[in-house]
Design a protein around this ligand. Structure first.
Ligand code: HEM
Length: 285
């Protein structure tokens, strides 16, 4: 069954309602011909202000509705969809209510605070839609435990391959194994950027080192170009990349080689590696 997001709810019903509401307010504003100039104190100013205030009360009610588990008035998904679109239409209504007469006064302060609430709501929608999807993409069909086991398998496989590589490549992998850790500061977790990450460093250095390989080693190591195509700001390649197993192996060579890591302990006891994360969350210790 296809999943519809809050934005698509009921074929964009609330988006259409918000557009109609905004257009009606804009049409009234254009049609309105006040004696002096448009501002909050004209009859249209009061009307739009009242609509805006009622809308704010209704938007506040969402917090109550979503906690009323027995309520039969629509679905919470529908409520949130309406909340998001009508909350955005509020900006149009209240801006027209001001008649663009903004200044250093308490009315303008209230207006700015309202805009901040709306902006934070928009960020909330972004997180609401992005985070669950990112978690699904990250885990795929697997549970966390299954994913850890899969990484462990890849690690064992690629560990064997890495053994045949020259010392400098092996050292690169070794450092990635022992010094990569998951977690880190709030900034690292949120941005996924960690320039000091040993795995990210290994991925960056790999093309240059692998290019110099000859003979059997060259056949063992993934090509420089395929490695380069997987480099980026991620801390460690994606599990599906040709190099991921090699990097993963480097990070799971058993308890002795992971003594310096501060990876979060996994439910299975297997060392957690940054290949499990879609974005960088590891940092060098
Ligand atoms: C002045 C305007 C607004 C007010 C007063 C308002 C008020 C609220 C309230 C009271 C909640 C419930 C918080 C809770 O108890 O968990 C909420 C949640 C939320 N609002 Fe607004 N909101 C406004 C505008 C917006 C706008 C414009 C958007 C999006 C464009 C938005 C998006 C959200 C989201 C995503 C949630 C979280 C939903 C959830 O966790 O269930 N809000 N808002």
């Amino acid at each position: 069954m296809k999943h519809y997001s809050i934005l698509e709810y009921a074929r964009f019903r609330w988006f259409k309602a918000a557009v109609v509401l905004s257009l009606l307010a804009a049409a009234a504003y254009l049609w309105h011909d006040p004696p002096l100039k448009p501002y909050g104190g004209t009859w249209l100013g009061y009307t739009l202000g009242t609509i805006g205030a009622l809308l704010i009360l209704w938007l506040l009610w969402y917090g109550v509705r979503k906690r009323r588990y027995r309520s039969t008035s629509g679905t919470v998904q529908g409520w949130l969809s309406a909340h998001v679109y009508l909350g955005t239409a509020l900006v149009v209504i209240v801006t027209l209510h001001t008649g663009f007469e903004l200044g250093a006064n308490v009315h303008t302060l209230a207006y700015i605070l309202m805009l901040l609430v709306v902006l934070s709501g928009m960020y909330g929608v972004f997180v609401y839609l992005r985070v669950p999807r990112a978690m699904t993409e990250n885990l795929g069909e697997d549970s966390l435990d299954a994913l850890i086991l899969r990484v462990g398998d890849l690690d064992r496989d690629m560990r064997a391959r890495a053994m045949g590589l020259p010392d400098d490549l092996l050292a690169l992998i070794d450092r990635s194994v022992s010094d990569t850790r998951l977690g880190g500061s709030f900034l690292r977790l949120v941005t996924g950027i960690d320039p000091g990450c040993p795995t990210a460093h290994a991925v960056r250095a790999w093309p240059g080192l692998a290019r110099k390989l000859t003979g059997a080693s060259a056949r063992l190591a993934p090509s420089a170009s395929s490695t380069a195509s997987n480099t980026g700001r991620r801390c460690g390649p994606r599990p599906s990349s040709p190099n991921a197993p090699l990097m993963a192996s480097a990070r799971a060579r058993g308890p002795s080689s992971t003594k310096n890591t501060s990876c979060s302990p996994s439910p299975t006891g297997a060392p957690m590696t940054s290949t499990m994360m879609p974005r960088s969350t590891c940092s060098s210790s």
